[in-house]
Structures are given as C-alpha cells and as structure tokens.
Design a protein around this ligand. Structure first.
Ligand SMILES: Nc1nc2c(c(=O)[nH]1)N[C@H]1C(S)=C(S)[C@@H](COP(=O)(O)OP(=O)(O)OC[C@H]3O[C@@H](n4cnc5c(=O)[nH]c(N)nc54)[C@H](O)[C@@H]3O)O[C@H]1N2
Ligand SMILES: Nc1nc2c(c(=O)[nH]1)N[C@H]1C(S)=C(S)[C@@H](COP(=O)(O)OP(=O)(O)OC[C@H]3O[C@@H](n4cnc5c(=O)[nH]c(N)nc54)[C@H](O)[C@@H]3O)O[C@H]1N2
Ligand SMILES: [Mo]
Length: 768
C-alpha cells in the first residue's frame, strides 16, 4: 500500500545496539532527566518547575496517570515526567517566518521528531483552501471561520470533536457541553485506542470501568501481578510503589514477552541504596508469555484454583464473597473444566511448571492486585482477557478489601477524568439526563463515532470537519496511509495544540492551528489566576496550578478557546453562560458538582491539599452496578492468536524516549538502542529460522485477509530476547502495518499488539 510517512532523518549506520538492560532508573535516570532540561531551559526555570511538579500546590505531571502518594517526596517525579515537562516548558517558539518558509507539503516531509523540536506554537494560523501555506490569523477570525463551517453543515453529525487525554476536567466538561449543545455525540478520544477494552470489560462485570484499588493498597498486597505493562518506561513512579510493596513482603509477578528493565530490577533514585547499591529485585517470577497468550494463562490459573478447591473443598475459593456478591460461578467452573492444557501451552509459550507456580502463588496469597496496560487492551480478545482477570480475582474475593483488586494503569494524565466529565461518544443516559436538567437543552442521544469510526466516516465523506483538542490522531491510529487519506478528504481540520506534529500537516482543504497554554503555565482570567483539576488512575481528583508565565501573551487557555468557540458557533441559540465559564473556572466546577456523580461540593473539596477520591462501588462497599447487581463471573471462549508458518506476530510499543507520537530522542536506553528507531526486535531463533542475521536491513510486510500487503521498508533486524515467534517495533512508525479493521472485539480498539508479519531481506538498503 502507500508509502510510509518520513521516519527519522538519520543515517541508519549510526544506530548502535547493545542489548537489553536489566534494571531501571537510579542515578542515570535522574541525570538523564535533568540534563536536557537544564540545557534547554536553564537552571532557574528547571528548578522552579521541578520543585512544583506533582506537589500539592504545584501542577500535575502531564506524562502519565500514575497517582501521587499522600506523603510526597521533595522530588516527586521521574525521568520521563521531567522529559514531558521540559518538552512543554522549553521557551523555544515557532517563529512567524516559519509559516512562509515551510509549506504544508514541506511539513509532510518532516519526521515527528523534527516537528516537535520546532518549539511552541504561539499564534493561530490558517491554511486557506487551495493554498499550500498556513498564515497567521487573528483569534476572532479563526473562530468565525470555524463557526461558519460548522453552522453550514447539513447535520451536526458531520463534525467530530476529538480529545487527547491531557485535557483537564474543567476543559473536558465545557468541551463536551459545547459539542452536545451544537448537537452531536461525535466525541472520539484517545481512550478508543487505549483502555477502551478495560472500560468495556470492567463496566460489564463490575459495574465500574476504573481501578478498584487506592494508592495505599500496593503496600498492603501480598501479590502484585503485572500483565502487559512496561512501568520502567511508561509509569516509572510505579516502581517506587512496587518497591514499597516488596518491603512489606509482597511478591511480584511480571508477565511480558519482553524482559523489560523496570520489571526485573529497580534502583530507586530517592534512596542511598538505590544510588550506590544493586537496587531491588522486583519480579519474583517472570513469565515470558507469547503475544496475546494472557487469556489462556489466566484461564489455566483459574482452572488450577478450581481444581485446588475440588481437592480441598471449602479452603480455596472465597465462598462467603462469592455467595453474597457474585454470580456465574457454576457456568464458569464448567467452562474451565474444558480448558485444553495443550492449547494453553501453545498459546502462552510457557511450561506447565511455570503456570503451576503462578497458580500456587495466587492461591497462597490473601490479597492480590492485578495491574495491566496496553499489552492486554490492544488485542482482538482484549475484552475477554480482562474479563478473565476479573474472574480470577473474584474467585478468591480479591475485590473490595485492602491490598486487593483490579488496577488498569491509565495512559494519558487525565484520560480517565475526561471520560468522567462526559468525553465519550456513548455516555450513559443518566449523565445525559443530568446534563439536560442542568442546562435546559435537548441533549442529543444518538451515539457518536469513536476514533476508528471517525476515520471510516471520513472515508465515506460523512465527516467533513475534524476538531481536536490535543493529540495526533493520524499518527496514533492504525493504517497510517488510509487514515491520512481520510483526513485529507475533509473540508476543515482544526488542531488545538502546544506543539507541531504530523496532524498539522495531514489536513483538510482548509485548516487551522490554535495554539494553547500547557499545564505548566499560569492561566490568568478576568477573575484572577485559575487552576484546573485532573483524575488519576486510582480515581483521586486533585488540582493543578500552572507556575510559569505563558509562552506568549496571545496564547489562550484551552477553556478560553472552547468557550469563545462556543459563543461564535452557538450565538444566541445557547443560553449557557460561556463567558462566565471563561472568567472564573469555579463556575464550571459548580455545574460539574451538580451533573457528575462524586463531585458534590467540588469547589470546596478540590481546595483540600490532597483533593478527594471518587466513590467506587467495588472498592468501597463491594457493590456492583451491573445488570444483575452482582459481580459477574463470565464465560469467555479462548481464541489464541494464530501464527501462520514462516510469519511472526509483531507488537508495536513505546521506546524509553517518547511520549506516544512525541519523540524526545532517538534512543531507547533500556533496550540498548541508540540513535535510531527503525528497528525490529526479533528472537535469535526466529532470525535463524528466517535466514536473517542480526543487523540486517529488512522489509516488514503485514498480511491481512486478501488485502494487498502493508509494508514498512528498510528496518534493522535486532536480535533480542523476546518470546519466540513474537517481534516488536516502535509506534508510531509501525502503525502503517496495522489494518484499520483489525480491532478488539466489543471495544473497537486497534489491535496494535498482534500484527501478522512476514519479514524479508530489504529490497533496497536505506539511503545513507
Ligand atoms: N514515558 C512515557 N510514558 C507514558 C507513555 C509514553 O509514551 N511515554 N504513554 C502513556 C500512555 S497513553 C499509555 S496508554 C501508557 C502505556 O503503557 P504501556 O502499556 O506500558 O506501553 P507499551 O509501550 O505499549 O508497552 C506495552 C507492554 O506490554 C507488553 N506486551 C505487549 N503485548 C503483550 C501481550 O500480549 N501480553 C503481555 N503480557 N504483555 C504484552 C510489551 O512487551 C510492553 O512491555 O503509558 C503512558 N505513559
Ligand atoms: N501502534 C500503536 N498505536 C497506538 C498505541 C500503541 O501502543 N501502538 N497506543 C495508543 C494509545 S494508548 C494512545 S493514548 C494514543 C495516543 O494518541 P494521542 O493522544 O492522539 O497522541 P499523543 O501523541 O499523545 O498527542 C500528542 C500531541 O498532543 C499535543 N499536546 C501536548 N500537550 C498538550 C496540551 O496540554 N494541550 C493541547 N491541546 N495539546 C497538547 C501536542 O501537539 C502533541 O504533539 O495512541 C494510540 N496508538
Ligand atoms: Mo494510552
């Protein structure tokens, strides 16, 4: 299919490969984080920022949704948080002559890395139909252009309004309110590509799509099982919580096709031992599972739990819990009896002894937490796999008691809060009723499009306007070529952004870029300095106060942009006090307190230094708002990932130096890669079987149904200890390989962790 977007403009001969590291963080982590910050921002700005990062009167780190402990350390941030902050707070600006010097065609030739390095966006720019250049435009004119376009559509459903998970609660609330007042539920967001499978599985089985534990539960657990997650890179502060859990006697099991550095050993930069010592061995058991093998593994463990109960009746299952709070045990037990051991071994690539050991650990632990992230959610059987996580936990009552529960670890720092605030194409009816009651307009009830359906609707010409608060959809979603063509077929695209990315070059006939303040910056409105709030992975809501002067006086906050847009688009059609929202964010919080469950008295409680924790039925009272009113043990049919002969299963993942589509550097220190990203990690036995050698240039073909192969050319094969039959390459480069309709059942999430690929020697060697 069509060619790949430009990847790094580097000479592939510069790539150095030294093999995986077995420990994470420690002093190198700290120096790695501070060096770029100090060199890009100077000592003064760096110290000011780092001293308030994740502190109670400071701002919330925008890197991930890992929660804050209530006793915060002086430096409550990690290497990758520091990178994210530096990336935003670097005072470099995109200069005005940039727009005349670089055409859109020119920007299409640039890599994500180059685009991100151009500095902060500081003025609105507009690309007219027929022109190949953006040009500066005033704010009022920009809003007028959008209003005219939106109001000229045949139906509000011809526009879609995307959100990336950095958007704060207050912004998300006014944004969804504007979109629904405009008349559509087309509110796709990055969750659709992220934890959507989690929401679907947990919502159905537990009645809540969020973590059922609190931060302190980690230190109370006997066993923490980490499935499909790379905390050393993506949630580095989680390693401190795991270390604390270990100190209190917990055992840790990591299940992953890759021996990720942070899962094996951790050197805590906050302790002397971490700085000069060997650090803490984290995983007591490492299970090198095959891609997509987790569902089989979970079923095999549940089968052993049930077998142990049969041998010693009354001693293994938590009968009191099951009788009072759960349904479905009998059907589940009957189904587990049919689990085929040979099929499990094939799907997981593990040995019987390894699975027995995990089952024994589970049975002998009174308090178990299971955490997971993208290694679980981005598979065809993701929703079923998460239901199996729930099943396993329920069998022994690991729900709603200290030190136990299901803990999806979120990605973007406020992706969970955005959902709570109503950013969802299919918000439940009670929320819509509350919104209607509060604001007195007819809220549209027809479900909107998710991210993938948005692309498909563009392909059919049904979506003509794409508006995005943050994010980089064309780079983040599957099948880059198809997604880009779809986006380029729209009439108007609008990006509200801090920095340039590919989505500013892959645009509709007309396009606008609206620069906005980031979380590090002070947001002053008519009533004074404002703050916003976020919700972390364990449902804790707290305030975030910007600390730096805005990058430029013309740049508007996201709330200013959304409320001014609402006024321009809706005019006298809307009786909502948008100007009042902009003037004082407390007025937004007043409405939220009446519309969103758990936010009563929001303005008072958000001013507590610790914020507050949202109610959670399973966690607080073992109550489950499901269709049966009980926790649901479910029956799910196993369908392991099939690997045709001579093919590999490829996962796409993050390097240590990127945040999603933002590339901080071309290195991946923990995996021993420097100065390049065009690599594919392959097990040495697979390399030999394919007749390839380490370091060879290869082409990667993705085979899907009877469609022509998708291809990624001139990648370097890296011999790496990944599970046999399983390869890995970096996202977003490898997204060209993921077919648009390869999606998780029920959640419609792209299957980014299991692409069937054929790997061949490169037809041409990369340009030097
Ligand atoms: N620094 C930094 N922090 C981030 C991000 C970032 O890009 N950079 N992104 C944020 C976002 S939005 C998210 S969603 C999270 C993502 O956090 P992660 O989910 O940790 O991110 P990935 O890099 O996709 O890593 C997936 C992990 O799952 C493993 N895996 C893949 N497939 C399977 C499988 O089938 N089974 C099992 N058991 N394991 C598997 C991979 O080997 C890898 O270790 O991180 C957030 N935090
Ligand atoms: N193949 C593959 N694809 C994946 C994944 C994968 O593992 N593999 N992971 C998926 C996941 S988990 C996710 S969450 C999505 C991510 O998808 P997105 O959320 O759409 O992508 P990001 O790269 O996080 O968006 C980065 C952009 O956000 C803008 N930005 C940054 N800060 C701010 C801010 O404060 N305000 C505003 N308005 N804009 C800001 C910047 O312009 C930046 O370039 O990607 C998904 N795609
Ligand atoms: Mo994510």
């Amino acid at each position: 299919m069509s060619s790949q977007p430009p990847i790094d403009d580097v000479n592939d001969d510069n790539i150095t490969v030294t093999g995986p590291k077995h420990w994470a963080a420690g002093v190198p982590g700290v120096t790695h984080s501070m060096e770029p910050a100090i060199s890009q921002m100077g000592v003064g700005r760096t110290l000011k920022l780092m001293a308030s990062l994740n502190q109670k009167d400071g701002f919330d780190c925008m890197s991930c949704a890992w929660p804050d402990p209530s006793h915060r350390k002086l430096a409550e941030f990690c290497e990758n948080g520091a990178k994210a902050v530096t990336w935003e707070a670097n005072p470099l600006k995109v200069p005005r002559n940039f727009w005349s010097e670089h055409s859109v065609t020119d920007l299409l030739e640039k890599s994500e890395y180059w685009l991100g390095m151009q500095g902060r966006l500081v003025e609105p720019v507009y690309k007219r139909a027929g022109s190949d250049h953006y040009e500066p435009v005033g704010w009022d004119e920009a809003f007028a252009i959008i209003a005219e376009k939106l109001n000229g559509l045949d139906s509000p459903n011809e526009a879609a309004f995307y959100t990336s998970g950095r958007t704060a609660n207050e912004t998300a609330f006014v944004y969804q309110l504007f979109v629904r007042a405009f008349g559509t539920n087309n509110l796709p967001d990055c969750s659709n590509m992220c934890h959507e499978s989690t929401g679907a599985a947990m919502g159905e089985t537990l009645g809540v799509g969020k973590s059922t534990i609190a931060y302190d539960d980690f230190e109370k657990a006997d066993l923490v099982i980490i499935l499909g997650q790379n905390p050393g890179t993506n949630h580095p502060r989680m390693l401190t919580a795991l270390e604390d859990a270990k100190k209190n006697g917990a055992k840790i099991v990591a299940v992953n096709p890759l021996p990720e550095a942070g899962l094996l050993r951790y050197k805590n930069p906050q302790t002397v031992k971490g700085i000069i010592g060997k650090g803490t061995n984290l995983a007591d058991q490492f299970l090198q599972v095959r891609l997509g093998g987790d569902m089989a593994l979970l079923q095999a463990v549940s089968k052993r739990v049930l077998a142990a109960e049969a041998t010693n009746p009354g001693t293994v299952l938590d009968h009191a819990f099951l009788e009072e709070h759960a349904v479905g045990l009998e059907e589940f037990a009957a189904h587990m009896a049919l689990v085929d051991d040979a099929e499990v071994l094939e799907a997981t690539g593990l040995t019987t002894a390894e699975i027995d050991e995990l089952a024994e650990r589970y049975i002998s632990s009174e308090r178990v937490i299971i955490t997971w992230a993208m290694g679980i959610t981005q598979h065809t059987k993701a929703v079923s796999t998460i239901k199996e996580i729930v099943n396993l936990l329920l069998l022994r009552g690991n729900m709603g008691k200290p030190g136990a529960g299901a803990s999806p670890i979120r990605g973007h720092s406020n992706v969970q809060g955005d959902r709570t605030m109503g950013v969802w194409e299919k918000m439940p009816e009670p929320f819509m009723d509350a919104l209607e009651k509060e604001f007195g307009f007819a809220v549209p009830r027809e479900h909107g499009v998710d991210s993938l359906q948005g692309i498909e609707a563009m392909q059919k010409g049904k979506i003509k306007v794409w508006f995005a608060v943050g994010g980089n959809l064309v780079a983040a979603i599957s099948d880059t070529a198809a997604a880009e063509a779809a986006m380029q077929g729209t009439e108007l695209t609008v990006q509200v952004s801090t920095k340039l990315n590919r989505s500013h070059a892959v645009i509709g006939a007309e396009a606008l870029i609206l620069p906005t303040l980031g979380r590090t910056e002070i947001d002053v409105q008519a009533s004074g300095a404002q703050f916003v709030s976020v919700e972390d992975s364990v449902c804790a809501v707290h305030a975030s106060h910007g600390k730096l002067a805005p990058i430029a006086p013309e740049v508007l906050s996201e709330i200013s942009i959304v409320t001014r847009l609402a006024r321009a688009v809706l005019g006298s059609r809307s009786r909502i006090d948008w100007a009042g929202f902009e003037r004082d964010y407390d007025s937004i919080r007043d409405h939220i307190s009446r519309v969103v469950d758990g936010f009563e008295d929001f303005n008072t409680r958000i001013r507590n230094r610790d914020g507050f924790i949202l109610p959670n039925g399973p966690r607080d009272s073992r109550s489950f708002a499901t269709s049966t009113g009980k926790a649901m043990i479910t029956v799910n049919d196993l369908a392991p990932v099939e690997r045709p002969a001579g093919r590999l299963i490829l996962q796409t993942l993050r390097s240590h130096d990127q945040f999603n589509t933002t590339i901080y550097s071309l290195n991946d220190r923990y995996r021993g890669i420097k100065q390049g990203r065009n690599v594919v990690f392959i097990n040495p036995e697979d390399l030999a079987e394919l007749g390839l050698v380490d370091g060879q240039q290869v082409d990667i073909f993705s085979e899907w149904r009877d469609e022509p192969d998708r291809v990624l050319r001139a990648f370097r094969a890296v011999s790496y200890p990944t599970a046999k039959g399983c390869a890995a390459a970096y996202f977003p480069e490898a997204n060209v390989l993921i077919p648009l309709d390869s999606v998780a059942e029920q959640s419609n999430t792209p299957v980014s962790k299991a692409v069937v690929v054929r790997i061949e020697p490169a037809r041409e060697v990369a340009k030097v």
